[in-house]
Design a protein around this ligand. Structure first.
Ligand code: BGC
Length: 466
């Protein structure tokens, strides 16, 4: 049987051009996105059940830098589970930290919540015995960074709304996750009290504010994406409890923005990813921005070209055919590859992805272009989210600092520059003088320890006065 001839219909420049058009997010589109974002934020602040839920975090006010003491922090929701012990030393002196990482297996991520809690409890137990803190009389106070959408009812109470980022444990939705984990500590006689549950964005904001009080927004651009910011009491219209604060940090859960698909420029590659994910039609914004998904979008775009004989002479490999087979980390290597023959790109394609033909320079150019476009689109959409928050608070016209953590922001080449370019395109160049995007590396654990400390002291003071 004669083989199908390689399509001659498109030369490499046409392919590159076509891809550029598919992944483009024009300034007009970004303006529409920001407008829609602002409407969704208002809905979330007004009532429960909105797509962008705008969750009050029960964290009020800013840390003062005078916080002192020894606190544990637990960080679940990224690649690893981290257990940390912080010694807060007071103003100007910062803190010291001991920490240990534990791998959470896929089986635990998708098994029963009770098993996950038992695993976390074992890790905490192991950590505190190694630190020699397992025989203390008083309970150790812990800040629990749990980076999923939790509808909080207090500083250390909250029910899980739904899972994200590949977690899917049974028996957790609509349950209080603090109660579940505290029960696991009890079952194993671990003398630890969960003083606060904190989203990673909130932890990041707190940690950065501790050193830079002018920080106004905390953003995660990592495995998942989300943001939080200080909202005025009057702005949180749905807040019906005691009104004894000026402003409170609101965890936006912006990953769910536009689940209705009104304004985001979804391509067929995004739709394929979404349909095959464990949470179809959820976290649509997150799926266009965060590290868990970007590589998969690139993979889908590559396979589409392979199937049209426009890439790798129509050949794929079992590695490239496998869902999640193209990691977002490869994008960093490929985007950073400026060698004339695109040697690192070739290495990824031939030695890691085992593409069965020798790739041509055109193949490598196309792959690099896809990686750059997917990363650029993510940076522009992230900038749109930040622009929407700054417009909402009015900080767009004032000096402000945005604390950002996460592998996408830290490791994808040019990500920050592309975000800043997008923001100046929208709000004028002068924004570059007012706005500082600042890497807040691993801040969420420290931030959780600060929140635990404030919550613990408040609980002691309340007990003393009653
Ligand atoms: C979660 C957020 C979290 C973000 C970044 C999202 O999937 O819903 O709670 O802040 O990931 O980790």
């Amino acid at each position: 049987m004669a083989s199908i001839p390689r399509s001659q219909a498109l030369d490499v420049d046409s392919i590159l051009h076509q891809l550029t058009e598919e992944f483009e997010v024009s300034p007009d589109r970004i303006r529409t996105i920001i407008k829609q974002f602002n409407e969704e934020m208002e809905k979330g602040l007004d009532h429960e059940g909105a797509t962008v839920p705008m969750i009050p975090s029960f964290v009020t006010g800013r840390p003062t830098g005078t916080e002192i003491g020894r606190y544990l922090a637990l960080d679940l929701g990224g690649t690893n589970l981290r257990v940390c012990e912080f010694e807060l030393k007071g103003k100007g002196k910062g803190y010291s930290v001991h920490q240990q990482k534990y791998v959470v297996s896929d089986q635990l991520k998708t098994g029963e919540m009770r098993h996950l809690c038992d695993f976390i409890a074992d890790c905490v137990d192991n950590f505190i015995s190694e630190r020699g803190a397992d025989h203390l009389e008083e309970a150790l106070q812990l800040g629990f960074t749990f980076s999923f959408p939790v509808l909080q009812t207090d500083i250390n109470r909250g029910t899980l709304m739904h899972w994200t980022k590949g977690f899917n444990c049974s028996g957790a939705i609509n349950k209080d996750v603090v109660v579940m984990l505290q029960d696991a500590f009890l079952r194993k006689n671990i003398n630890v009290h969960i003083a606060a549950i904190v989203n990673d964005t909130v932890g990041t904001l707190m940690a950065h504010t501790y050193l830079h009080p002018e920080t106004t927004i905390g953003v995660i651009l990592g495995t998942g994406t989300n943001a939080c910011y200080y909202e005025k009491l009057a702005g949180i219209k749905k807040w019906k409890s005691e009104k004894k604060f000026e402003d409170m940090v609101v965890n936006m859960e912006w990953g769910a923005f536009d689940n209705e698909r009104r304004v985001l420029p979804l391509t067929l590659y995004d739709n394929k990813l979404d349909r095959e994910s464990i949470n179809p039609r959820q976290q649509i914004f997150e799926k266009m921005i965060s590290g868990m998904y970007l590589g998969e979008i690139v993979r889908n775009a590559m396979l589409n070209l392979v199937d049209q004989w426009m890439l790798f002479d129509g050949q794929s490999s079992s590695e490239l055919n496998r869902q999640w087979g193209f990691e977002t980390a490869y994008m960093s290597t490929i985007i950073a590859d400026d060698s004339p023959a695109l040697a690192s790109t070739q290495h990824v394609l031939q030695d890691i992805l085992m593409i069965p033909v020798t790739t041509t320079i055109d193949d490598r150019k196309i792959v690099k272009h896809i990686c750059e476009l997917v990363a650029l689109r993510a940076a522009r959409l992230s900038a749109a989210g930040i622009g929407a928050v700054l417009s909402h608070t009015g900080d767009i016209n004032r000096p402000s600092v945005v604390a950002i953590d996460g592998s996408v922001y830290e490791f994808l080449p040019n990500f920050e520059t592309n975000m800043i370019t997008t923001l100046s395109e929208l709000f004028g160049h002068s924004i570059e003088g007012r706005l500082k995007l600042s890497l807040a590396k691993d801040g969420s654990g420290f931030g959780a320890a600060i929140v635990a400390m404030v919550a613990h002291k408040a609980a002691l003071a309340a007990a003393a006065s009653s």
